[in-house]
Design a protein around this ligand. Structure first.
Ligand code: G3H
Length: 527
């Protein structure tokens, strides 16, 4: 265990201390592995001790992978061959058990990553909505798949079948929601899963372990914590993982993918880097642009893959835009995450303020000006007051690195080509926000940018939601598409049964369907 000088928790809001547990092969284990202390940076002084979390080694992760491998049983396991209805019932039961633990999960989320109480609850509720929408979408998909299709003298039924053992690794900024947006579709489609938790946002999983254990057959869901860079490679090298669902950096994704012995068999669903620009055109509604750029760059302290990370503002409106941004930024309520109305909260990563400051220093050295020096960049604990920079040069680090924090770079522009050139040459291709009114200018930009990014937001911030919309990116930003609809397809493959449409073929099809002898080839409809 690491050394602790942590203070006791303040009286409100209380968090029962977590002891540290993992779920492997249907068993909740509380010992047999190393642990580490988890501290919250949500404090006015020293970080607050929240409990301990497992810090398993590579052998323990391999054990979890073996459990999932065994439950998959080369595709013959009970879970991968279960009827869709049975899997839906298991996920529904899990969802109900999860809802019963809402309060504790939200408190742990708030304490560990510093997300405001309101946003922590919103993350939980959005996750439940995602589960519900997934179930409804799957019923639709399943109903459509039951229909027989006729072509080329054949009668066929085309359904979706699972892919295998899936390793899910979510991000720290949405440790619940984003992990669930891969875990739930992977599970419900019949895959078996190992979840390796993110760097922060681990404790909230502990109250859910019993529900996972009780709602799914053993080995179908396994949940461990550990240092990814030390433990993931051997599991991938074992060749026992068929699918990687990872939300994080493209650098780490490339390292993981390179470890697999059969790269063609190894599928990846990835949500990676994003350096989303906003473009404020000369005719933009400045008040709206300011308000959307503040939400876009500072919601959850800018720690969103969908955050606006580079603002291009037409020179003719730059002074007004910058002045209004600075005034609003400095007026944002800052404080601990349970403070009502708070917008800016402590960052969970102790090292982050120094990194953000280094970006500011570099930008200033290359000609930028810190617009709000009284507050911008001030640090209290890990609470980092948002810093607004103007005159940012394109060779500065903040124009190229994904800051993932409250530093907002503004680059004034004269011609749209300069901005489009930046976007075309960017290594990321997730989203862009365009602020303006002229349909001719906007229409042309849309046509040129639609092949650079995967979502163009008009007069509004970049965002993932609603989760029924496709969430993906080009270049280093993503592989595969996530949405309620797409994820079910990403974690499965079409597999079909076909027979000749002659009397013998029809008789055999009728026999199987009428006697309901197959769980896969079936007219059974989930209602
Ligand atoms: O960090 C990436 C999240 O998916 C962002 O989702 O745009 O709905 O906040 P959001």
């Amino acid at each position: 265990m690491e050394n602790s000088q942590a203070k006791v928790l303040p009286a409100f809001p209380e968090v029962p201390k977590m002891k540290g547990a993992i779920l492997i092969n249907g068993e909740i284990l509380t010992e047999g592995f190393a642990s580490r202390e988890v501290h919250s940076t949500c404090a006015s002084g020293e970080p607050v001790l929240l409990g301990t979390t497992p810090n398993v080694d590579a052998a323990m992760l391999l054990r979890a992978v073996d459990a999932a491998h065994h439950a998959w049983a080369k595709g013959q396991g009970d879970w991968p061959t279960a009827r869709m209805e049975d899997r839906i019932n298991a996920v529904s039961a899990f969802r109900d058990a999860m809802v019963a633990r809402r309060e504790l999960v939200c408190r742990l989320l708030m304490w560990e990553i510093g997300k405001s109480w309101l946003d922590s609850q919103a993350e939980f509720d959005r996750t439940i909505l995602y589960v519900n929408d997934t179930i409804e979408e799957l019923k639709r998909l399943d109903r459509d798949s039951t229909r027989l299709q006729f072509a080329g003298g054949l009668v066929a039924q085309i359904r979706r079948a699972p892919l295998g053992v899936t390793l899910c690794m979510g991000p720290f900024n949405y440790p619940l929601n984003e992990t669930f947006t891969t875990l739930i579709p992977a599970l419900i489609m019949g895959n078996t899963v190992v979840v390796k938790l993110a760097r922060f946002g681990q404790l909230l999983w502990e109250p859910l372990l019993e529900a996972f254990r009780d709602c799914f057959p053993k080995g179908v869901v396994n949940i461990i914590n550990g240092l990814g860079r030390e433990i993931v490679a051997p599991s991938i090298q074992s060749g026992k993982i068929d699918v990687l669902a990872f939300i994080g950096s493209s650098r780490v994704a490339s390292q993981i993918k390179a470890e697999h012995p059969n790269p063609h068999r190894f599928r990846s669903i990835l949500s990676l880097d994003a350096k989303n620009p906003a473009v404020v055109l000369a005719d933009a509604d400045i008040d709206n642009a300011v308000s959307e750029c503040i939400k876009g760059s500072l919601s959850f302290n800018g720690q969103r893959c969908t955050a606006l990370k580079m603002l291009f503002v037409h020179r003719s409106v730059a002074a007004e835009f910058t002045k209004k941004m600075a005034a609003k930024i400095d007026a944002l309520p800052t404080g601990l995450p349970w403070t009502p109305g708070v917008q800016i909260t402590p960052l969970p990563d102790l090292g982050k303020p120094a990194y953000l400051q280094s970006l500011i220093d570099d930008a200033v050295k290359k000609g930028a000006t810190l617009v709000n020096p009284a507050l911008g960049g001030k640090v209290e604990g890990t609470l980092f007051h948002p810093a607004l920079l103007r005159g940012v040069s394109l060779d500065s680090r903040v124009a190229n690195e994904e800051q993932f924090g409250p530093v907002i770079p503004i680059r004034e522009f004269d011609s749209i080509e300069e901005v489009e050139d930046y976007i075309v040459h960017s290594h990321s291709g997730a989203q862009v926000s365009l602020f303006g009114r002229d349909p001719n200018i906007l229409g042309g930009m849309i046509d040129r940018l639609a092949n650079q990014v995967c979502r163009i937001n008009l007069n509004s911030q970049c965002q993932r939601g609603p989760d029924v919309f496709p969430f993906t990116g080009r270049k280093d930003s993503a592989e595969g598409t996530l949405s309620v609809y797409d994820a079910l397809r990403c974690f499965s493959i079409r597999s079909m049964v076909a027979a000749k449409q002659d009397s013998a073929g029809k008789a055999v099809v009728r026999g199987i369907l009428e006697k309901d002898t197959s769980r896969f080839f079936s007219s059974h409809v989930v209602i």
